[in-house]
Design a protein around this ligand. Structure first.
Ligand SMILES: Cc1cc2nc3c(=O)[nH]c(=O)nc-3n(C[C@H](O)[C@H](O)[C@H](O)COP(=O)(O)OP(=O)(O)OC[C@H]3O[C@@H](n4cnc5c(N)ncnc54)[C@H](O)[C@@H]3O)c2cc1C
Length: 477
């Protein structure tokens, strides 16, 4: 943390560089920046406010802040919509939060080349609205899309509901502009989706969680809004009967935009007939003819695997409600959290069986009703579930122990501990379960090359190295 002489100097320099209305330093203004959407131990909440918050509007203003921080080795935490769920924004070492809320310009929309160039602070929803005016869409439909920003989505490797057809944000990046830890500007390459020339530097920033640099501009591939969209909803005996249908569908090679299955708490409210506990939602986008053919094909699979179809209008309405169940209505009075493991399809059942029959009961932890299973089907896979956390110190310890066991389980089944919520503080020690020493060493090397003084969101993503930063043997996390 800063001593008062340094604080005074930095405040003065920030105000000169940005103007007073773009710098926050009063404790009441800083407090909201001490928390994000992650679960925190009760006595840790609001314990780590930043020293300053800045609200830049341009790349050159970000550069000015970064140069100042680099000179004094002050931590920098870039912030988007603040919707991450793993503590990525907690300023555990104090420092300056760079809030990108005012960096929300659209610089260019190229209809013939199908791209858009934006500042990082624009939200996914704002951008989709803007692009719709050109008949285009980004299709990065995250549950948090009303608040999550382009910078935040790239930095968390955002998972989109429609990724089965359009890929994730990672697949849409053509070029990035980054302010590096010493204040230089890096442009990762030309505005092209495919090249066989340089290293793909932009991919290093996908899921980097602000630890390598600050994204100040992004050029992203967009698509024409499709002629036709359809939704199919099937009711099945249970989630594993629905999973059989899902495997038949993915094995057929049919194209779909999204596919999710779950056992909602109250399936009847989604139109499920008595005895059908699971629902399987599939959405399709494309030309009218192709969508009709694909819908018919999947209807056939549903029938052959014991699924009962909802009517077309009901399916669309229920699909929206079902989506809100997963995405929008997560606030509960009870403390709860989620896991978003990637588990290979053939081992998903083993994952959930072990999770709910062994791992969670060991710590007295129960699923949030209706959120025991949430499985994304297709090339991009996510096995999602929510569970309650007990109150008090013991509850917190049980929660932490359960997280480690869930991570071990996902890795043992050949998967990944987080397929959409990143690492932050929550999962960083479990990174050593998923990656070898060699792989982690390479990650630290990349980190130290980009950020030799470890000022970029320090203490996040990479596991703690007790021996210090490999690059200089000094900077501790
Ligand atoms: C209800 C709910 C639903 C969700 N659904 C989804 C979902 O469907 N898919 C999904 O992927 N996630 C989901 N999430 C998680 C979260 O919304 C995503 O991780 C989101 O991409 C974060 O974006 P943000 O703008 O809020 O980033 P923030 O939370 O502000 O920041 C996240 C990380 O990005 C870094 N960062 C932000 N801006 C920049 C920048 N310009 N340059 C460098 N680093 C930067 C920050 O330092 C931090 O490490 C959900 C969260 C909630 C609360």
């Amino acid at each position: 943390m800063m001593d008062s002489a340094l604080r005074k100097e930095i405040k003065g320099a920030l105000v000169v560089a940005l103007g007073e209305d773009k710098v926050l330093w009063e404790p009441a203004d800083l407090l909201p920046y001490a928390a994000d959407n992650s679960r925190m131990k009760a006595d840790e909440v609001f314990k780590h406010p930043p020293d300053f918050v800045v609200l830049p509007e341009s790349t050159s203003e970000v550069q000015a802040v970064v140069k100042l921080a680099a000179e004094h080795k002050i931590p920098l935490i870039p912030k988007g919509g603040g919707s991450n769920r793993t503590g990525m924004l907690i300023p555990i070492h104090g420092g300056i939060v760079i809030d990108t809320i005012r960096m929300n310009m659209v610089f260019e929309v190229s209809v013939p080349n199908l791209y858009v160039t934006v500042q990082p602070g624009i939200t996914l929803k704002e951008l989709e609205g803007y692009l719709a005016g050109y008949g285009l869409a980004l299709n990065q439909e995250q549950g948090s899309f009303k608040v999550a920003t382009i910078g935040g989505s790239i930095s968390t490797a955002g998972f989109s509901r429609k990724c089965q057809k359009y890929g994730t944000i990672s697949d849409r990046i053509m070029s990035l502009e980054i302010v590096l830890a010493d204040g230089r500007v890096l442009r990762t390459g030309p505005k092209v989706l495919y090249t066989s020339t340089g290293y793909r530097l932009h991919q290093l920033f996908v899921g980097a969680e602000g630890t390598l640099g600050i994204i100040t501009e992004a050029t992203l591939r967009v698509e024409p809004i499709p002629e036709s969209t359809e939704v199919l909803m099937g009711f099945f005996d249970d989630v594993w009967a629905a999973h059989e249908a899902a495997l038949r569908m993915t094995g057929s090679g049919v194209t779909f935009a999204s596919a999710e299955l779950a056992e909602p708490a109250d399936p009847e409210t989604y139109g499920a007939p008595q005895g059908k506990r699971a629902i399987f939602c599939v959405s399709f986008e494309g030309t009218k003819g192709e969508v009709e053919a694909d819908v018919d094909f999947v209807k056939g699979i549903f029938r052959e695997t014991g699924g009962l179809l909802a009517g077309a209008d009901d399916a669309r309405r229920l699909f929206d409600e079902f989506t809100m169940l997963w995405c929008g209505d997560r606030a509960t009075l009870e403390p709860e959290d989620e896991t978003t493991a990637y588990v290979p399809t053939e081992r998903v059942r083993e994952f959930y069986d072990t999770l709910w029959n062994k791992t969670m009961p060991k710590y007295g932890m129960a699923p949030v009703p209706g959120s025991k299973y949430g499985i994304d089907i297709g090339r991009y896979s996510m096995s999602y579930c929510r569970f309650y956390i007990h109150h008090g110190e013991r509850g917190w310890e049980d929660y932490r122990s359960a997280l480690v066991e869930v991570a071990r389980l996902a890795v043992a089944l050949g998967g990944s501990i987080s397929s959409c919520t990143g690492v932050g503080l929550k999962n960083k020690d479990e990174m050593a379960l998923e990656f070898s020493d060699v792989a982690l060493k390479m990650m630290w090397k990349i980190k130290s090359e980009f950020d030799p003084d470890n000022i970029m969101n320090p203490g996040k993503k990479l596991p703690t190295r007790k021996s210090g930063h490999p690059a200089n043997g000094a900077a501790q996390d």
